[in-house]
Every structure is written in C-alpha cells, then in structure tokens.
Design a protein around this ligand. Structure first.
Ligand code: LMR
Length: 347
C-alpha cells in the first residue's frame, strides 16, 4: 500500500477532503522524484465493477504486465468493486491525485462537462462492436480523449464491455412494458431520455447502489451488460432479463495528467504498452465474459431470460429513435456530424 492510501476506517469523503489538502502537496512530488530516480512507482487504479468482468480482468492484466516488465518496480494497486471510490467521487479523487487511474464508462463523462461522450449512449446506434471501433480507433476517438485534458485528465484508450440488456420484474419486450417503471440509469442525459421515450422514469444512481435499490424497490429495473448484472447479483432481485441489446457500454481509461507527466519517458512507455495490451485483451474476452455470465444466469434459474424477435426490437428502436434528434444539441451538432461520418466510413 502506498503512503497515501486511505486507512480503511476513514470514510471515503472524509479522505477526499484530506486528500484535497495533501495529495497534491505530498504524494505527487514524491511520485515524481521516485519516478525520475528510476525507483518505485505506485499506480493506484480504482474502478467500480467486480474482478470477473471485462474491466476487472483487463485491469488485472495491466497490473500483471506492468509489474512483470518493471520487475516489480512499478506497482499497480487495484481497487475494484467501488471499494475505494464510487461513481460520484472517483473522478474527483483522480483529479485530486488520491488515485492515479480510472476506467469510467463513457456515459459518466457527460456530467463532468463532456456531453459529447454521451453519443456512445444513443440507443440502437451501433449494430456491432466494429461500428464502435470506427469512432474509438479513428480521429474522432482521439479528439474526444484530448478534450479530457481541460479537466486535468489524460485519456489513454478505450475498451468494451458490450451491449446492454434490460431487466425488471417483468419481461420488457414492448414499449408498453416499460410504462411507469422506475429504471436505474447512469448519469447520462441520453440514457435518461431513452428511458423516458420508453415510458419509464429514469432514476440516476451510482452503480454500487443499484443492486440494493432493486432489492428494496427504490427502482424496478435497470440496464447493463450481463457480466455486470450477474457479478452484482442483480439476478437475485430481478425476475426477468430481456435481451434487448439496445445500447453499448464501453470505457475510457484516464489518468491524472500531473501523475502521467511526472513519469519518466521509459516508464510512461512501459505503462502505455502494458495498457494497450491489457485493453486488447479486455476487448478479446468481453464477449466471452458476457456469454459466460449468461450461461451462469441460465444455470442459476433465478431469472427468466427473454429473447426479442426482430419485430419487437424494431418497435423498441422506433420508439427511442427521437432521442437521437432531441439530444443532438446536448451532444453537439458537430460531434454528431463527425460521428455519422465516422460510422459511414467502412460501412
Ligand atoms: C454502470 O454504472 O452501470 C456501469 O458503468 C458500471 C461499469 O463501470 O461497468
């Protein structure tokens, strides 16, 4: 553990306040001089999902590669499952230097001043992951990551979880099935608008609070790829999962800019290479992890699983179509145009 890790009993928020005063003043110069001297570097990587998810496994791979290649000189401390910070405070913690690396979902950048990232949330935008790549691997993806510099973040890359499904205590196969349901959403206006278009009421909640909110009836349903649904035990509190595949969930890896600049060239190259390989690995296993979770879910028998016919999917798609136009101004018309151009290329 590095000296700046919060003691277990100190509440995260309390620690954050303390971190405001001391993280930049002490931890960072310390890291700086250590990195410059080719000595130990500690990178704290916090995320909100379980280890056995595409993100959890990619983070683990990054740690293994980094530590192997640096002979343990660069240490990666992983804090999965929101054990250190949740959705509400992780980006602030990164900006303060209380942690060094995060991989928030792309949906979570809108509320910190980058609504253009919400283009990834547009329902039924991507037919397959290859479509997502046309954005993330091209100039548009690069420009989006560069934007993050305005908030003291350095964006290092993207990777997938996969396509989202809908859950509730009833099948969700037609717009009428959503009527009046309170659906947990991430803090994305596009996703909120999608739920409203379906006739549901969106309720923004942190990921770590979702299972409990489903259990206690604070919300009736939610959306997520199956790996997140399964590893959070949401199947224990939701009777029906509908395989709608209506939207994409992916991540951007971000680091604290000052931390990144404080590294020696050799260390940032080593970390950059380890990360590229870890993200490629994460992308390779993402589908398999979601398939594995689906198989486990079928085996558990707690939750009915519904496939949608083409007609049912088309009906849902038609219902949420107006969201693209309605949210275009929020995302930004030039970003929308660039996104359409990127999707056309190679299509
Ligand atoms: C969610 O909040 O539903 C997801 O973004 C969690 C995650 O990071 O996969």
């Amino acid at each position: 553990m590095s000296a700046s890790d919060p003691p277990a009993r100190i509440h995260r928020r309390q620690y954050l306040r303390g971190a405001t005063a001391c993280a930049l003043a002490s931890a960072l110069p310390n890291q700086q001089s250590l990195a410059a001297a080719g000595k130990t570097v500690t990178l704290r990587f916090s995320h909100v999902v379980a280890q056995e998810t595409p993100k959890g496994l990619a983070a683990q791979r990054f740690k293994t590669l980094t530590e192997q290649r640096s002979d343990g000189r660069i240490q990666v401390l992983l804090y999965p499952d929101g054990q250190l910070y949740g959705d509400q405070d992780e980006i602030q913690a990164l900006q303060l230097g209380a942690v060094d690396m995060l991989a928030p979902s792309l949906s979570k950048f809108g509320r910190i001043g980058f609504p253009e990232f919400e283009l990834f949330d547009l329902p039924f935008l991507f037919g397959q992951v290859a479509d997502v790549r046309r954005i993330t691997q091209g100039p548009l993806g690069k420009r989006l990551l560069e934007r993050l510099g305005r908030q003291g973040l350095t964006g290092l890359g993207y990777f997938d979880n996969g396509f989202k499904q809908m859950s509730a205590n009833r099948p969700l196969l037609a717009p009428a099935d959503f009527a009046g349901l309170r659906m947990r959403v991430q803090a994305s206006r596009v996703i909120a608008a999608q739920m409203r278009a379906l006739g549901a009421q969106p309720v923004t909640l942190a990921f770590s609070e979702t299972r409990r909110a489903l259990e206690t009836g604070v919300v009736d349903g939610t959306e997520n790829p199956i790996s997140n649904f399964w590893t959070q035990g949401m199947h224990e509190v939701q009777s029906d999962l509908s395989l709608t595949e209506h939207g994409y969930l992916g991540y951007a890896v971000v680091v604290n800019q000052r931390f990144w600049q404080s590294l020696s060239g050799a260390d940032s190259a080593l970390l950059g290479q380890a990360l590229r390989e870890a993200l490629a690995y994460g992308n390779d296993i993402a589908d398999a992890q979601n398939d594995k979770a689906l198989a486990a879910l079928r085996q558990a028998g707690t939750t009915r699983i519904h496939s949608l016919s083409e007609t049912q999917r088309a009906r849902l798609r038609q219902t949420v179509e107006p969201v693209h136009r309605a949210l275009a101004n929020r995302i930004g018309l030039s970003w929308m145009d660039a996104m359409r151009d990127a999707l056309k290329q190679g299509a």
